[in-house]
Design a protein around this ligand. Structure first.
Ligand SMILES: [Zn+2]
Length: 149
C-alpha cells in the first residue's frame, strides 16, 4: 500500500469494526474445519451498512470446501442482492490473521473495488489493513454482461 493510499484510507468507525469482529468470531466458532483444524470467520460490510458473516466449511473431498469469505458473500447475495462492499474482515483462529486466498480476492472483487478495505485479524485484534487493489491489482472483470444464448 502506498503512503498516499494509506493516508487516504479512512479507518472504520470503532463500533462497526467491533461488530464485524464479533460477527466474524461467532461464525469462526461455527466453522467446519475437521481436516485442517483451522477455523476462519469473515464478515463483509456493504456500503449501505449491512453486515454478513460466514465461516469456512471443509469437505472430505477437499476441493469441495468453501472459504469464510465465500460464505459471507453468499449470505449477502442471498439476503437480497448485489451489494457494493465497503470492507471485508477475515479472522483466523488463535493468533493467526489470514489474508484472503486468491480465489476469494476475485470473489471480493466481484462486489468491491480497488479501495475496498480488507482487515485481517486474529481472534483478539486487527493485525493488518489492506485494500483490494493491493492484494489483487489485476482483477479479472467483464465490462459488459455476456450475451444470453
Ligand atoms: Zn478463500
Amino acid at each position: 500500500m502506498s503512503d498516499k493510499t494509506r493516508k487516504s484510507l479512512k479507518k472504520l468507525p470503532v463500533g462497526v469494526q467491533a461488530q464485524m469482529m464479533s460477527l466474524a468470531h461467532a461464525a469462526l466458532e461455527n466453522a467446519h474445519a475437521p481436516y485442517s483444524g483451522f477455523a476462519v470467520g469473515a464478515c463483509v460490510l456493504t456500503k449501505d451498512g449491512h453486515l454478513y458473516a460466514g465461516c469456512n466449511v471443509e469437505n472430505a473431498s477437499y476441493p469441495c470446501g468453501t472459504c469464510a469469505e465465500e460464505g459471507a458473500l453468499a449470505a449477502m447475495v442471498s439476503s437480497g442482492g448485489k451489494k457494493k462492499l465497503e470492507a471485508v474482515l477475515v479472522m483466523g483462529a488463535g493468533k493467526i490473521a489470514p489474508t484472503p486466498c486468491g480465489a476469494c480476492r476475485q470473489r471480493i472483487a466481484e462486489f468491491g473495488g480497488k479501495d475496498t478495505r480488507i482487515l485481517v485479524c486474529d481472534e483478539k485484534k486487527v493485525q493488518g489493513l489492506h485494500v483490494l487493489g493491493d492484494l489483487l491489482p489485476k482483477t479479472f472483470s467483464l465490462k459488459k454482461p455476456l450475451k444470453k444464448t
